[in-house]
Design a protein around this ligand. Structure first.
Ligand code: SAM
Length: 245
């Protein structure tokens, strides 16, 4: 177990070191995270998240868990949907990201419950949530299968898991997308955030993430049903949805 290897971007690292390396990235980017998100995606991440909220079907009074919620874009949108009779938990493993998220929800008048936790060991009871979401987080997790199993565990029967993540792009887009990811992104990271390395990791980690069909299979493997996915922006991003039956 101790010498198991995994990926950190294109690097092969010991499994035990990955979480620390990922923590380094998000501690470093936390301060510029929101502005960089808008810049890098040309604002598209807002549309992708809006689509996620629509597809979730979350209604007033429901309980929602935002895993790897970071600066709380999804948590905030869900808080508006569920109203005062519902509940949204903002969670993340990283203190710097979570602090920004917590400050943001409080400033915007939605002081949500917040928990710093690893998606692979969620501190919630079985069958508690109507909906669990993870946006741009799964890619960074060491044991994605454990994290998916945990997310399923905390869903009530009939509840749904939504995974929004970078995915495999439509083939004709690959050359332009590669140029953008490996040249422009690190350059932008250096200019705006003085941190080319973290944005290089972003581009590399996207390439190492399972493609649409593989992730669908992984979700089925942990016991989710009726799993389907929606390609967004030619597969730059995919939204997967599965149900606990
Ligand atoms: N969900 C937010 C969004 O869409 O803007 C933040 C996404 S950010 C790219 C990825 C987040 O995943 C980071 O805040 C990071 O700390 C978190 N993360 C990475 N590994 C995690 C883990 N094992 N458990 C929980 N969160 C994790």
């Amino acid at each position: 177990m101790g010498d198991q290897k995994t990926h950190f971007g294109f690097e092969t690292v010991a499994e035990k070191d990955k979480a620390r390396r990922v923590a380094g990235v998000f501690t470093s980017v936390a301060g510029n995270y929101d502005v960089m998100n808008d810049l890098m995606s040309l604002g598209l991440h807002r549309l992708w998240k809006h689509f996620t909220i629509q597809i979730s079907g979350v209604r007033e009074g429901e309980r929602v868990l935002d895993v790897a919620g970071g600066t709380a874009d999804l948590s905030l949108a869900f808080a508006r949907k569920v109203g005062s009779s519902g509940q949204v938990w903002l969670t993340d493993i990283n203190h710097a990201m979570l602090s920004r998220g917590r400050d943001r929800v409080t400033d915007q008048g939605h002081p949500l419950p917040v928990a710093q936790c690893d998606a692979e060991k969620l501190p919630f009871p079985d069958a508690w949530f109507d909906c669990v979401t993870v946006a741009f987080g799964l890619r960074n997790m060491t044991h994605k299968d454990c994290a998916l199993a945990e997310m399923r565990r905390v869903l009530r029967p009939g509840g749904r898991l939504l995974v929004l993540e970078f995915s495999k792009v439509w083939k004709p887009l690959v050359p332009a997308y590669d140029f953008y990811s490996f040249k422009i992104l690190p350059w932008m990271g250096e200019r705006v955030a003085k941190d080319a390395e973290s944005y290089r990791y972003l581009a590399e980690s996207i390439r190492m993430h399972p493609d649409q069909e593989t992730l669908k299979g992984m979700m089925e493997q942990v016991g989710l049903s009726r799993v389907e996915y929606f390609n967004l922006a030619g597969g730059v991003v995919a939204l997967h949805r599965g149900y606990r039956i």
